[in-house]
Design a protein around this ligand. Structure first.
Ligand SMILES: [Zn+2]
Length: 125
């Protein structure tokens, strides 16, 4: 199991490609926002791309429990989830619309494109 999270993971690249296909610009690196969203777009929209294991998604991959160092991983995933919730709260208070895309949701390109289009085209709240 790799402990280092690569900045250019497959799911993130899939999301960036889909956003570009919609002809939207974005910035990487979080732009100083809470939780450092993976993609930051104009009109206060931000996108997180979460690994199912690291962020404890409610799916088969997210439910997988490592057989070694179990307590360590579980507490790490717990902390990630708590931080994710906090970031969403803080971004909401700052007036940002946030979309979280899970790794397992990036495999179907058509589905991903539809979700991104709906998110990016919705009227500002
Ligand atoms: Zn998942």
């Amino acid at each position: 199991m790799r402990a280092v999270k690569s900045a250019d993971t497959g799911p993130e690249i899939a999301v960036r490609r889909a956003v570009r296909a919609l002809r939207r610009g974005y910035r990487l690196g979080g732009c100083g926002l809470p939780g450092k969203p993976d993609l930051v777009l104009c009109k206060r929209r931000a996108i997180f791309v979460h690994g199912c294991f690291w962020h404890g998604h409610d799916c088969a991959r997210g439910a997988r429990v490592p057989k070694t160092n179990t307590a360590y991983w579980l507490s790490k995933i717990d902390r990630n989830r708590a931080r994710d919730r906090r970031s969403l709260d803080e971004l909401g208070l700052l007036g940002w619309s946030v979309l979280t895309i899970w790794e397992c949701e990036t495999r179907d390109g058509g589905d991903l494109a539809r979700r991104l289009a709906a998110f990016l085209n919705q009227a500002p709240s």
